[in-house]
Design a binder for this molecule. Structure first.
Ligand code: HEM
Length: 397
């Protein structure tokens, strides 16, 4: 089993603790899989920038394989012609500036609904579960923009949403013994119940995608094309992607990325930001004053208004430093041999970047455990993937 027994339930924290003893380039054997964990901004830069092309593939893992219909999605495709084509499709069509801009009215409406419901709770002095409210907000935006429906009208309603999305997320990220232990691993997964849970999770999501296809069967007059309309149109036009044509399974895999990538990441960010503001009244007061000074009594804040809220932006960066929604970036697979800090990394090694550890590295951050948005004052660090000390969205190709 190699080092598997040294990894607890919160993998990023176990690996962070080990890295304090063994350093920012740490080789482990996870069962049969040689794995290197990078835990500093400098080693992350060496991998994701200097040797990007040597390590930009993805390993084959049972969870992602099942949920992505055999790696047909954007995030887990191995590095090949399909990888290039699906990214082109993502940039040109799915996440084009025009497309992202077009969903702004949906965001505005859903934010207004949230604000109204909060105001109502405030006037009646009833407590609010922010975690649930924010998850509902991001799910509503993602569902309306992607599927053209509110999630209450789908199989994700009746409190199923959090359960189905979070369970799928867990099935995607959790250790599967079959990935690491040859021959008998799958028996362990059957015995622990992981296999059954994964099959159910894939089945639940599949039923949801099928429901979406059914709902998009009739050609309705729509104000604008949602994601599913667009992907069905591309399928009808027999769009070639990689070595074949776009199929229903490709569409399901892409929808999985949007559902799992889009819903939780944004709501986790907002929940942690509000948690840190509640824990740090000084910072809370400063954010409130900035909003009141810059925007006065405006009841509706537009996306352009947020340009004036520089302190709020620092609060969000500080939230991502301490609480990145993906604390370990998606695992990479090494394609060609290269060196980091003098250590040779062999092809087929699994490479993990521990963004959670990087955000707490005392060599990079002064008082790393403190929530101090002011650390970003007069700093050029942004989150676009070129500053390797802050990688909430990952880096590299
Ligand atoms: C706070 C918001 C978000 C954060 C912090 C976040 C973070 C991340 C991270 C860390 C990765 C993995 C990068 C890697 O392995 O190197 C990723 C990949 C991805 N995310 Fe997000 N994400 C957010 C919002 C979204 C949204 C709203 C969508 C779609 C609607 C989305 C879609 C994707 C997709 C498709 C990928 C795979 C991209 C690839 O492999 O090239 N994400 N995201």
């Amino acid at each position: 089993i190699g080092n598997l027994h040294q990894i607890g339930e919160l993998q990023h924290q176990s690996l962070w603790n080990l890295s304090k003893k063994y350093g920012p380039v740490m080789h482990m054997k996870l069962g049969k899989v040689p794995t290197v964990i990078l835990s500093s901004s400098d080693t992350a830069r060496q991998a994701l920038k200097d040797h990007d092309l040597d390590c930009c593939s993805r390993p084959t893992l049972a969870g992602p394989k099942a949920l992505s219909y055999n790696y047909l999605d954007i995030g887990f495709s191995p590095f090949n012609e399909y990888w290039k084509d699906i990214r082109k499709l993502a940039v040109m069509e799915l996440f084009s500036n025009k497309k992202v801009h077009s969903i702004q009215p949906i965001k505005d409406e859903e934010v207004k609904k949230l604000m109204d419901s909060m105001a109502e709770s405030a006037s009646q002095q009833t407590p609010v579960n922010l975690n649930v409210k924010l998850l509902t907000l991001t799910a509503s935006v993602v569902c309306r923009a992607t599927f053209g429906v509110t999630f209450e009208d789908t199989l994700l309603s009746d409190n199923n949403l959090g359960e189905i999305v979070r369970e799928a997320y867990e099935m995607m990220a959790s250790f599967s013994a079959s990935d690491f232990i040859p021959y008998v691993g799958w028996i362990i997964d059957r015995f622990t119940g992981l296999l059954g849970r994964r099959e159910k999770s894939v089945g639940d999501l599949d039923a949801f995608y099928e429901q979406m296809f059914d709902m998009h069967k009739e050609e309705k007059e729509r104000m604008s094309e949602d994601f599913v309309d667009m992907l069905l149109r591309l399928m009808k036009e027999e769009t070639v992607i990689g070595n074949g044509k776009l199929t229903r399974n490709h569409i399901k895999a892409i929808l999985m990325d949007v559902l799992l990538g889009g819903v939780d990441s944004s709501s986790i960010t907002m929940t942690w930001a509000m948690t840190e503001l509640a824990r740090n009244p000084r910072v809370m007061k400063k954010v409130q004053s900035e909003i009141r000074n810059q925007l006065g009594n405006k009841s509706k804040i537009s996306i352009d208004d947020t340009d004036k809220l520089s302190y709020l932006k620092m609060v969000i960066k500080e939230t991502w430093r301490l609480h990145p929604p993906a604390p370990l970036l998606g695992p990479k697979e090494v394609i060609n041999e290269f060196e980091i800090n003098g250590y040779v990394i062999q092809p087929k090694t699994m490479l993990q970047v521990n963004v959670w550890a990087i955000g707490r590295d005392p060599d990079t951050w002064k008082d790393p455990e403190m929530f101090l948005p002011e650390r970003f004052l007069d700093s050029n660090i942004d989150t676009k993937g070129q500053n390797f000390e802050l990688l909430p969205f990952g880096g590299g190709r």
